[in-house]
Design a protein around this ligand. Structure first.
Ligand code: 9MR
Ligand code: 9MR
Length: 573
C-alpha cells in the first residue's frame, strides 16, 4: 500500500512539475520601430504565437493596454503563421513596448508621438545632398559625413554608342545613382518626377533652409534646389539633335573606394528612346515648376524638352543595350508607352499645345501599379499625377476624369490586397528594390486620399510605411540611421569606404528580393541568404547588391510618402 501511495504522489508531482514548466517561447514581434502617430492606425505583426492576447507596457514595465491577437493566417511568402496586434485604440503619447507571453522577447521600443516621421523625412531628402557628384561635401552641412568631392566629370569621353562624334564633353553634377558611382538618365527620371510631384503637391514641405544644404538661404525651397542639382547634369546629356544619352559611366563598376579616389575614365554612353523621353518629361515638368523661380533655367528646360520629344517622334522605338565594353547598369526597356504618356502629359502642361493634347486624348491614361522595375513602370503614373495636380484648361477634363476613375480603382484594389496579405502590405512579389514597390503603392493611396479625403486610404498609407520601418518579415527598419534593428552594411561605396561605422543616413535599402541574384551559389561576389522565402530574402551585408543597395529611385517614394504624411499630420494627431 505504501508503495502505491508513493507512486501515486510521484505521478502527481510529475504532472504538477510538467504543467509548471515554461511553455516554449517561439513567437516573434515585428513592429514599426519609429512608432505611430497618436491617432493613426496601429498594428504589429506577431508570428508563431499560440497566445490570444498582447499587452502594451511602458518602458518601465507598467501595463497600459491589453488587446486580442487576431489570426491573419499563414503567409507563404515568409513561411510564417501570422497574428495581428491592433492597438489603434491606444493613443497616449509615450515610449512603449509590446509583449506577448510566448514571444522570445518583447518588441523593440517604439513611440507614440506627434510629428513622428519628421526626422526620417528630413534625413531621406538630405541623403541626396550626401550623394552629390562633383562637389566637396562640407562639414557645415554633412557633419561627420563630410568628404572630398569626386568625379568632377569635366572631361567625359563620347563613346561610339552615343553617336555624337569623337571627343569629350563636360557632364558634371547630379547624384550617384546608387551604391555605384554612375549616373543614368532613366533612373533620374522616376526620381526627379516623383520629387517634383511632391513639390507641386506641397510647395512648403521642405522650404528654404529645411535641410541645411549649400543653397539654403537663397529663398528657394530646398527640395527644388536639390532636384536642380540633378537636372543640371541631365541637361548635359542631350545631343545636338535632341536625343539623350543613356548614362555617364565608367566601363566597369569600380571598387569600394571613396569618390575622390576613383580616377577611372568616364564615358557618355548610348542614345535611345527611353532616356530621351525621360529627359523630355523631366525637363518639361521642371520648365513649369521652376518658371516663377528661375525663368532662365525654365526656358532652357522647355527648349530642351521639345527638342527631345521631336527626336522621339522620329525614333519611337530605339532600345538601349549595353555595348560589349560597357558593364555597368543597363536599365533596359523596350516598351515606351509609359514614357510617352509621361512626356506628353508634361509637355501638354508646359505648353498647352494641341499635339500633346491629341496624344493624351488618343492614348490610355495611366494609373497602375506594376511590381518590379519602378524606373520604367511607374512613369505613366507620374504624368497622370501631374495632370491631377496642375491647374488645367477644361479641354483636358475628360482625360482627368478617366485618370481619377483609374486612380480609385487601383487604390481600392491595393486596399483589398492589403486585407489579404498577413503583413498588411499591397504586394506579394519581392523583386530587386521591392521596398520601392511597397512605397509606390503608398503613393497611389496618398493620391486617392487627397482626392476623396476617405480615411481608409490614409490608413493604407500608414500601414504600408509600418512595413518599411520594421513590420516586415526580417524585422529591419530599412532607412539607414533609424530604428533599433538598423541597416548597417548597405551596399554603398561611400558608406563602405569612409571608415565611419554608421552608414550614410537616410538611405533606403532595396529590400527582400526573392531572385537572390547575388546568392553565393550563383556568383563568387555574393552572399549567403538565411532563407529561401521571398519576403525573407534580405541580408544586411555589404556585398548584397541585390537586397541591400540604395538607389535614388528607391529613396524618392520614401521622401514622397513621408512628406505627404508630414503635410497631413493634423489628421493623425
Ligand atoms: O556595385 C554594383 C551595384 O551597384 C550593381 O547594382 C550590381 C549589379 O549590377 O553590381 C555591383 O557590382 C558588383 C559587380 O556586379 C560584380 N563584381 C562585384 C561588384 C561589387 O559588389
Ligand atoms: O533597379 C534595377 C533593377 O530593377 C534591376 O533588376 C537591376 C539589375 O539590372 O538593376 C537595378 O539597378 C541598378 C543599376 O543597374 C546600377 N546602379 C544600381 C542600381 C540598383 O541596384
Amino acid at each position: 500500500m505504501k508503495t502505491f501511495y508513493m507512486n501515486f504522489f510521484a505521478v502527481l508531482l510529475t504532472i504538477f512539475l510538467f504543467s509548471c514548466k515554461e511553455k516554449p517561447k517561439n513567437a516573434e514581434i515585428r513592429i514599426n520601430q519609429i512608432g505611430y502617430y497618436p491617432n493613426s492606425v496601429k498594428k504589429a505583426v506577431v508570428v508563431e504565437s499560440n497566445e490570444d492576447e498582447f499587452e502594451i507596457k511602458t518602458t518601465d514595465g507598467k501595463e497600459v493596454f491589453e488587446g486580442k491577437l487576431k489570426d491573419a493566417g499563414y503567409w507563404d511568402k515568409s513561411g510564417e503563421n501570422v497574428k495581428i496586434a491592433d492597438f489603434t485604440a491606444f493613443n497616449k503619447p509615450g515610449k512603449y513596448i509590446l509583449s506577448v507571453d510566448d514571444a522570445k522577447s518583447p518588441s523593440y521600443e517604439f513611440e507614440i508621438k506627434t510629428n513622428l516621421y519628421d526626422d526620417a523625412f528630413k534625413a531621406s531628402l538630405k541623403s541626396y545632398y550626401l550623394i552629390r557628384v562633383s562637389m566637396d561635401i562640407d562639414e557645415k552641412y554633412a557633419g561627420i559625413y563630410k568628404r572630398k568631392g569626386g568625379h568632377p566629370d569635366t572631361l567625359c569621353y563620347l563613346h561610339p554608342s552615343a553617336e555624337r562624334g569623337e571627343g569629350h564633353i563636360a557632364s558634371p553634377k547630379g547624384w550617384y545613382d546608387a551604391g555605384d558611382y554612375n549616373k543614368y538618365v532613366v533612373n533620374g527620371g522616376v526620381t526627379v518626377g516623383t520629387l517634383l510631384n511632391l513639390y507641386e503637391m506641397y510647395p512648403e514641405v521642405a522650404a528654404d533652409g529645411y535641410t541645411n544644404i549649400p543653397e539654403s538661404g537663397n529663398g528657394v525651397s530646398d527640395l527644388l534646389d536639390e532636384i536642380k542639382y540633378e537636372l543640371d547634369w541631365v541637361l548635359t546629356m542631350q545631343a545636338p539633335d535632341g536625343a539623350s544619352a543613356m548614362k555617364l559611366t565608367s566601363k566597369n563598376f569600380t571598387g569600394f573606394i571613396m569618390p575622390d579616389q576613383d580616377k577611372t575614365k568616364r564615358f557618355v554612353v548610348g542614345k535611345a528612346t527611353a532616356p530621351t523621353l525621360n529627359f523630355a518629361a523631366m525637363t518639361a515638368q521642371a520648365a513649369r515648376l521652376y518658371k516663377n523661380i528661375d525663368a532662365g533655367f525654365a526656358e532652357r528646360c522647355l527648349t530642351a524638352a521639345e527638342k527631345a520629344w521631336s527626336w522621339t517622334e522620329k525614333h519611337p522605338d530605339i532600345e538601349y543595350k549595353n555595348p560589349p565594353d560597357i558593364k555597368t547598369g543597363e536599365y533596359g526597356d523596350n516598351d515606351f508607352t509609359e514614357e510617352f504618356w509621361w512626356a506628353a502629359s508634361e509637355l501638354y502642361l508646359a505648353t498647352g499645345k494641341e499635339q500633346y493634347l491629341e496624344y493624351l486624348n488618343t492614348h490610355e491614361p495611366y494609373i497602375k501599379m506594376v511590381v518590379g522595375e519602378t524606373w520604367r513602370q511607374f512613369l505613366g503614373n507620374i504624368g497622370s499625377f501631374s495632370l491631377l495636380l496642375a491647374e488645367t484648361q477644361p479641354e483636358i477634363t475628360p482625360v482627368k476624369e478617366k485618370i481619377k476613375t483609374q486612380l480609385l480603382e487601383t487604390a481600392d484594389a491595393l486596399l483589398n490586397k492589403i486585407d489579404t496579405i498577413p503583413y498588411r502590405i499591397a504586394i506579394d512579389k519581392f523583386k530587386w528594390g521591392s521596398n520601392s514597390d511597397v512605397q509606390n503603392t503608398a503613393i497611389i493611396l496618398a493620391y486617392a486620399y487627397r482626392l476623396t479625403k476617405d480615411k481608409k486610404y490614409l490608413d493604407g498609407v500608414m500601414e504600408t510605411m509600418d512595413y518599411i520601418f520594421g513590420k516586415n518579415a526580417v524585422g529591419y527598419t530599412f532607412l539607414t540611421g533609424f530604428g533599433s534593428k538598423r541597416v548597417m552594411h548597405i551596399h554603398n561605396r561611400i558608406s563602405g569606404a569612409d571608415g565611419i561605422e554608421e552608414p550614410l543616413p537616410g538611405l533606403i535599402a532595396g529590400g527582400p528580393n526573392g531572385a537572390q541574384q547575388d546568392n553565393i551559389s550563383k556568383t563568387k561576389f555574393g552572399v549567403e541568404y538565411p532563407s529561401d522565402f521571398p519576403a525573407k530574402s534580405y541580408v544586411d551585408k555589404q556585398p548584397s547588391y541585390a537586397s541591400n543597395e540604395n538607389a535614388i529611385n528607391w529613396n524618392a517614394p520614401n521622401v514622397f510618402v513621408l512628406g505627404f504624411i508630414k503635410e497631413n499630420t493634423d489628421k493623425l494627431q
